[in-house]
Design a protein. Structure first.
Length: 313
């Protein structure tokens, strides 16, 4: 790309992100391996059918290619370069073979050490080792283990009932913005994704929905994907995880460890309310999404332009 085109790309990106809001697509419910229409605005675009591209595995349920989304600038996010997922510690041999086919050059694990200890390290194709890049969960995992292991319905209600689980989730999402350590982990990952010499990259946490969901949301907005489409990608975790999470709750009740496992639902789901907590914090601290990228994550305009050049066609 010529210097003139790079300067133009930087100028377009800066002006778009500085606005703080992007043209939005019409709302559509997340769908498992189906297409959903996205109506582009400003009279420049026509309705496009997009697909949330799940990678079907036996040992993980929320593995997806982030490519395929249309941008409001008229481009499309390239497939096969960035993937998001839940934990990969329970993959089968067939799953690792499937991952080999993705040609991954790097796997970034946002889990804290306690999660890795209890759930297991990633099972990856030969020659590939996960890079540990922990993002704080404000002690949620430990709290959840304590609530379940107590076997005490009153204690579980005290920990998670009465809106406390939802409040906990909102607090976690705010730390994606307020915590310097968390911001540094997200920023490092974005810089690696932007690196033209870096091959396909996958990032994940335990459920692939909160830390991974925020990282995906930020990346898609930085690529000029309309906010509605980025939100739809975030909310799609509920579809992909629903059956597995219901089985977990049923197992806890059957085993007698939880009398009311529905207390876990606010922790198992992603919700617009949680995302709103993070974006409201972002507006309060940095004024706009562009401010979060540049001041909060420390990404310069050249890096943001490299993201667009590498990932948008």
């Amino acid at each position: 790309m010529s210097r003139a085109r790079i300067r133009l790309a930087i100028a377009v990106l800066a002006s778009a992100l500085a606005i703080g809001t992007l043209p939005a697509a019409a709302h559509a419910a997340p769908a498992h391996s189906t297409t959903a229409p996205t109506a582009m605005s400003a009279g420049r675009y026509h309705q496009q059918a997009e697909t949330i591209r799940q990678i079907p595995l036996q040992g993980a349920v929320n593995v997806r290619d982030l490519g395929g989304y249309r941008t409001w600038t008229g481009g499309q996010v390239r497939q096969g370069l960035v993937y998001r997922s839940d934990a990969l510690g329970k993959l089968t041999p067939a799953d690792t073979t499937a991952l080999s086919g993705l040609g991954l050059a790097k796997v970034v694990d946002f889990r804290i050490p306690m999660e890795v200890h209890y759930d297991g390290a990633d099972r990856l194709p030969a020659g590939l080792t996960a890079t540990s890049r922990p993002v704080s969960d404000l002690g949620l995992y430990g709290t959840l283990l304590g609530a379940i292991s107590s076997g005490d319905p009153a204690a579980q209600e005290q920990m998670l009932g009465g809106g406390r689980a939802e409040a906990y989730m909102r607090d976690i999402y705010r730390t994606f913005v307020t915590s310097p350590e968390n911001r540094a982990q997200f920023a490092t990952t974005l810089r690696e994704i932007a690196d033209g010499s870096q091959g396909p990259l996958l990032f994940h946490c335990t459920s692939g929905k909160d830390r991974t969901g925020w990282m995906s949301y930020v990346l898609l907005l930085a690529l000029a994907v309309p906010e509605d489409a980025a939100t739809r990608d975030y909310l799609a975790s509920n579809t992909f995880r629903a059956a597995y999470d219901a089985q977990v709750r049923a197992g806890l009740k059957q085993s007698g460890r939880m009398q009311n496992p529905d207390l876990l639902i606010p922790l198992q789901e992603v919700r617009q309310d949680y995302l709103d907590a993070a974006t409201a914090q972002m507006a309060a601290d940095y004024g706009s999404f562009y401010g979060y990228l540049t001041d909060g994550l420390g990404l310069d305009l050249r890096t943001l332009a490299k993201l667009r050049t590498k990932l948008v066609r």
